[in-house]
Every structure is written in C-alpha cells, then in structure tokens.
Write a protein that binds this ligand. Structure first.
Ligand code: HEM
Length: 253
C-alpha cells in the first residue's frame, strides 16, 4: 500500500490496551471461509490456534470439524486424509492470490507522523485498516481508461497497473488508486451471521480485516498485557531506586 486513502476504522485491538473481540474474529473467520478462501490461503496459521483464548476461541470439537473439511496429503500414509487441528490452513487455491497469513503486517495504512509515533501507538500501523479500506474501495473505472484495461479499479490499491490515458502531461496519475487483479470480493450480505450481526459491506470488511490481523499477530493481546505489566514494574522499580539512592547518600549531605 501507500499513497491511497485509508479509512481509520475503529478496531477493538487499537490502542495500548486494545484486545481482540472473540465474536468479531469468529465472524471474520466465517467470511474468510465462505468468500476469501476460494482464492487465498493462510499457510502459516495452524488450525488448532482457532481454539486459542484471545483468538477466535472455538470449542475443540468445532475446530476438529472445521479441520476435516480440508483434504491434506499425509507423507506417513503416502495418501490424502481429512485435515486435523495439527495441520495448517491450505495454501492459496489461486496462483496469483497472495497468502493472507501475514498480510495485515505486510501492509501499512498510516504513514507518519514519524516524530513521536503517537499515531502508531494509538492506531497501530494501519494494516487491518488498509485491508478493510481495500475491500470497500472498488469504483467504476474513470472514463479515461480503455474498456479492456486489465484489472478492477480500486482507489485504495496503489501497486497495480495504471493506464497511460489516465496520466496527465507530467505523467502524474489523475485518479487515486490503481487497477487490481482481484475482482470485488464482498458487496454486502455475502454471509449470514448466526448471531444476527450486521452483514453490511462496511461491517463485513472490518470483521474479515480483524480476523486477518489476528492471523498476522495471534499474540497481540498477550503482548500488550505483558508490556503493561513491564511498565508498571519498571515504574515501581524507579521509585524504589530513587528512595534507595536518597537514603544511601543521606549521610554525605
Ligand atoms: C489480493 C484480501 C477474496 C483474488 C488481495 C490482497 C488482499 C486480499 C488484502 C492484497 C492486496 C495488496 O497487495 O495490497 C481478500 C479478502 C477476500 C479476498 C479479505 C475475501 C473477503 C478474493 C477472492 C479472489 C481473490 C475470492 C479470487 C476470486 C486475489 C488476487 C489478488 C488478491 C488475484 C492479487 C491482486 C493484485 O496483486 O493485483 N486479496 N481477498 N481474492 N486477491 Fe483477494
């Protein structure tokens, strides 16, 4: 990414104390399973982690049932068998669709201000915001583009093809974004959620982006907790050292 406009979605895991929302991750998993997995893979994600607390937290029997939908080659059997929780999600089914395991960390939505990193501390680096924005940023191609120009016009995607006809005399792009090989995968009401949660496009995009943030950083909640304990501990230590220092030097003064 970079350059395209990225909307700042409010994610429950934003900010120094943010954590994942289990229900949101489960909805995101459903969207991923029913829509994205037709083309994309998650090859670095072990299926068993779907049971993790702080993650989608599915019951063990559901994780087993989920795993069994995949056919896996087992070198020990020298044959195919149904997937198990120890296996990983499959690789991408479509050759030019990138694996999405780490995509939320491979893309950044916010660039700067670099000085204090306050924006990054409060909002993260914007990977999931970029993914959610990408999914809602398909538009009709501007009329300058030849009808047969390959790809789909997306105002958030900047790494794709761009027709010469849509550049000005200086070679600058006259319209934001570029042309992406992925056709618009979500249009709203693509899935039905068991909990009746809204399946408007904006919500679906946000939920699947949250799920992909979890696949990219499954220990985010634990990391933030450990960081908080560390800061409290160091603050306490600083106070004790200050007092100790005063006492040691008291006779000299
Ligand atoms: C690329 C997400 C469904 C085919 C991508 C990228 C993301 C993404 C984040 C990378 C964009 C970048 O490089 O910055 C998703 C999500 C989906 C979904 C969340 C489900 C809601 C699909 C489906 C297909 C597909 C169903 C195939 C029919 C592709 C292809 C690319 C791509 C071919 C490469 C595009 C390019 O580099 O021009 N997708 N995708 N995706 N996706 Fe999807």
């Amino acid at each position: 990414g970079g350059g395209g406009h990225v909307e700042n979605f409010d994610f429950p895991f934003d900010g120094p104390f943010g954590t994942y929302d289990t229900n949101q991750l489960q909805r995101g998993l459903q969207i991923y399973t029913e829509v994205c997995s037709a083309c994309h893979g998650l090859k670095f994600v072990p299926l068993r982690t779907l049971a993790d607390e702080g993650g989608p937290h599915l019951p063990e029997d559901q994780v087993r049932a989920y795993s069994e939908q995949f056919e896996v080659f087992d070198p020990e059997l020298d044959d195919m068998r149904p997937g198990k929780p120890v296996d990983h999600f499959p690789v991408s089914a479509l050759e030019n669709a990138p694996d999405l395991s780490l995509m939320a960390k491979a893309r950044a939505g916010f660039h700067g201000p670099y000085n204090l990193g306050i924006n990054q501390l409060m909002n993260g680096i914007g990977g999931p915001e970029y993914i959610a924005t990408l999914l809602i940023s398909y538009e009709d191609a501007p009329s300058c583009a030849p009808a047969d120009f390959p790809g789909h016009y997306n105002t958030a995607f900047t790494a794709g093809g761009y027709p010469e006809e849509c550049k000005d005399e200086d070679g600058h792009h006259m319209y934001p974004g570029s042309w992406i090989a992925m056709a618009q995968p979500l249009s709203g009401e693509d899935v039905e959620f068991a909990d009746g949660h809204s399946n408007e496009l904006h919500h679906e995009a946000q939920d699947v982006a949250a799920f992909l943030m979890w696949t990219a950083e499954p220990k985010l909640s634990q990391r933030k907790q450990a960081g908080f304990v560390g800061v409290v501990f160091l603050t306490l230590l600083s106070v004790l050292l200050y007092l100790t220092n005063k006492r040691i030097w008291a006779p000299v003064k």
